[in-house]
Ligand binder design. Structure first.
Ligand SMILES: [Zn+2]
Length: 123
C-alpha cells in the first residue's frame, strides 16, 4: 500500500476540529510541503451536513500547495460515500476521512480513485 505522510501536530488539530464540529461534518483542504501534509485550510463556505457533497469545485482555492482534502464523518463508517468518490475523482490528490470517535485509528486516507493509502504520522 502506498503511504501518505502527515505531521502529528496537524493530525491532532484535525481530530480536534472533527470533535468540535460533531455532530456535523467539517471539511478542509490540505497543504503539502516537501511531500508531507503540514497545514489545513478550512473550507470557506461548506454546507455542513450529514449527506451533503460540500466540496464543490467552484470553492477550490487556487493554491498549488493544496494536494488533498479532509472531512469528518459523524458516524463510525470511514468509507467514502458515492458523493465523496465523485468529488475525489474530480479533485485528484489524497483524501482523508476522519470517522467517529475521531482518534488516530479512525483516520483513513484514499487516493482519487477511492483506493486506500497507509497513513504515516511524522513527528
Ligand atoms: Zn464523506
Amino acid at each position: 500500500m502506498e503511504t501518505v505522510k502527515i505531521r502529528r501536530e496537524l493530525l491532532g488539530y484535525l481530530l480536534e476540529l472533527a470533535r468540535e464540529f460533531y455532530p456535523n461534518e467539517f471539511a478542509g483542504f490540505l497543504r503539502e510541503k516537501a511531500g508531507v501534509f503540514e497545514e489545513v485550510l478550512i473550507a470557506p463556505d461548506p454546507h455542513f451536513g450529514r449527506s451533503s457533497a460540500f466540496f464543490n469545485t467552484w470553492m477550490l482555492p487556487y493554491d498549488e500547495s493544496i494536494k488533498g482534502t479532509v472531512h469528518s464523518h459523524p458516524g463510525p463508517n470511514p468509507w467514502p460515500s458515492q458523493a465523496d468518490l465523485n468529488f475525489f475523482s474530480k479533485f485528484g490528490g489524497v483524501h482523508l476521512i476522519i470517522a467517529y470517535p475521531f482518534t488516530e485509528d479512525s483516520v483513513r486516507a484514499y487516493k482519487s480513485d477511492g483506493s486506500r493509502l497507509k497513513v504515516e504520522i511524522l513527528d
